[in-house]
Design a protein. Structure first.
Length: 571
């Protein structure tokens, strides 16, 4: 008899591997022709071929969580607990042969309700994370599906998906702009997209997921034709920035608190100002680049990439290569760790040492040597020139840089262009260059503030629901959440986006001209309440107000009036 054996455990480690080996031996003793599919990090997953599935007379599954079984529909199948199989493998297999029944897979065709689970996560963990979750929940309700969404935001994981939620789900939707841990979804149908797509097109996202989701097997084995969006370099970079941000925010605000006692007060040893500077600058800011590098590598190679990534980032920092060197170190560490995981020949008996010993050791050596002998010095020279230029640029160059940063921040309101400008500005904080960060945050507040102002200036052109959205948008703008303007941009992009870019360019230019500097990369107007967090706070507030007012005025003029409302007003 030809038998297929599948083993899987929640931790993906020893339990599954041991069960696979013991059941394979027991099946051989019973005289069965056996093939094993073991879901474990100790060995690569080798899925059964179509021929093996077609010829199988029995399928047995020893698992603490059920893998995807639709490929075995109609085959005699037995599903049992992993622990029982480990305790008595031969007796368990004999029982499996006697109790197996044809496997029935419930169909979920068009129009039929489905059980969905989802994860949403964006780099800052603030706006897109929660707005896309709400959009998916609303769309699923309208389509007649049930859904539970786990948000991985700046406040941590909320509405966590349980093992039962995942086991009972028909499909998993991962709407994330950063890399998230997907190991718990092994063998589930999974579809990946970005938070922006889920926010703007939630219905299409759900329908596409149900039609095109592919079985998730292993992070490194996903292909682009499976209906999933495999992470690319940009997403890896955003993952690093996402993990770095809390370090930057905390460090920047603590440094600002040090400045409350005077700009030079921290130089006097033993004072509270000196202690605050040690915490903010010598500790938090010193960890910025290692954390950035480490989590870029983590996004690429998972846990084996963290150590070489952080080591490379620390070297980049000590060599003066700055955030550019940190980014390079992260990618070097991550891709070298992946290459080692795939190509390093190891006997199965030593396979467990690979991710915790050999990969970190060899990838760290490679990354460190390349950073010291190849990358460090040239990139450090580039960073020195760039920092000097930014800190000593004339008014014309400052205006131009402010215009570029401001327009980019307002172009797609949380999209790739916005995030590129933001990541560039955050990265410069490590080299004590604070003016671009001030321009970026100020301009990022403009779109949402401007839409709120427009709904007041041209009230008759907006419906009641749009007016209410304008109030919410204004509040979000104060918090530096550009996404508050997305509902307006989605309905009227050809007018909203140019209006926002005009205001953002003005704000960015004025912020640079006024010499505003920002030590914390988030918080909106609320950072103005912290002494020292913003240099030139009065002029900085004026720059924000000017850009928001320009955006509001331009869109109020360009906006086409609601015909029905204008007719009512005229009567």
């Amino acid at each position: 008899m030809k038998v297929l054996i599948i083993t899987a455990s929640p931790d993906g480690m020893s339990g599954s591997y041991m069960a696979a080996r013991m059941l394979e031996q027991a099946a051989t003793l019973l005289g069965w022709q056996v093939a094993v599919e073991c879901h474990s990090e100790l060995a690569p997953v080798i899925p059964f071929t179509q021929t093996q599935v077609a010829e199988a007379g029995l399928v047995v599954v020893a698992a603490c969580h059920l893998p995807e079984l639709s490929r075995f529909a109609g085959k005699p199948c037995f599903i049992g607990e992993l622990e029982d199989a480990l305790n008595d493998p031969q007796g368990w297999l004999e029982r499996a042969s006697a109790d197996a029944v044809p496997l029935e897979i419930p169909a979920h065709g068009p129009g039929q309700p489905a059980r969905l689970v989802a994860i949403t996560a964006c780099p800052t963990g603030v706006a897109h994370t929660f707005m896309s979750a709400e959009a998916l929940i609303g769309a699923a309700k309208r389509l007649g599906h049930s859904i539970k969404v786990e948000t991985q935001g700046s406040v941590g994981v909320q509405n966590t998906l349980t093992a039962t939620d995942i086991r009972e789900a028909d499909c998993v939707i991962v709407a994330a702009d950063i890399e998230v841990n997907l190991s718990r979804f092994n063998d589930k149908r999974l579809y990946r997209t970005g938070t922006g797509t889920a926010l703007k097109h939630p219905r299409e996202t759900i329908e596409t997921a149900l039609n095109e989701a592919a079985v998730w097997q292993d992070h490194s084995e996903q292909s682009g034709d499976s209906g999933e969006q495999a992470p690319g370099p940009y997403q890896h970079l955003l993952t690093g920035v996402s993990f770095m941000l809390p370090m930057v925010v905390a460090g920047g605000l603590i440094i600002a608190l040090s400045f409350m006692f005077g700009i030079e007060a921290f130089r006097e040893e033993g004072t509270l100002a000196a202690a605050l500077m040690k915490i903010g600058d010598n500790a938090a800011f010193a960890l910025m680049i290692p954390v950035l590098s480490g989590y870029i590598a983590y996004s690429i190679a998972d846990r084996p990439g963290i150590a070489p990534g952080m080591i490379g980032g620390m070297l980049a920092s000590s060599l003066g290569a700055g955030f550019i060197g940190g980014i390079i170190a992260g990618f070097l560490a991550g891709y070298s760790a992946v290459l080692l995981a795939r190509r390093l020949p190891m006997p199965k008996s030593l396979a467990s040492l690979t991710p915790i010993l050999l990969i970190p050791l060899l990838a760290s050596l490679f990354t460190g040597l390349v950073m010291i002998y190849v990358v460090g010095e040239p990139v450090a020279s580039i960073m020195t020139v760039m920092t000097g230029f930014l800190n000593n640029m004339g008014s014309a160059n400052a205006v131009l840089l402010g215009v570029i940063i401001g327009a980019m921040m307002c172009f797609d309101m949380g999209g790739p262009v916005n995030k590129a400008a933001y990541a560039f500005s955050v990265g410069l904080l490590a080299s004590q260059t604070y003016a671009p960060m001030a321009a970026a945050m100020a301009a990022g507040m403009v779109p949402a503030l401007g839409m709120g102002i427009a709904t007041v200036l041209a009230r008759r052109k907006f419906s009641v629901s749009e007016q209410e959205a304008g109030k919410a948008s204004f509040v979000l703008g104060l918090c530096f959440i550009s996404e508050g303007a997305i509902p307006f941009a989605a309905r009227d992009p050809l007018r909203v986006i140019p209006s926002c870019m005009a205001g953002g360019a003005l704000t960015g230019a004025l912020s640079m001209v006024f010499g505003a500097k920002l030590l914390a990369p988030h918080g909106g107007v609320f950072v103005l309440m912290i002494p020292g967090a913003v240099q030139q706070p009065g002029w900085y507030g004026l720059a924000i107000a000017a850009g928001a007012l320009l955006t509001g005025l331009v869109y109020a003029v360009l906006k086409r009036g609601n015909v029905h409302m204008l007719a009512q007003a005229g009567s």
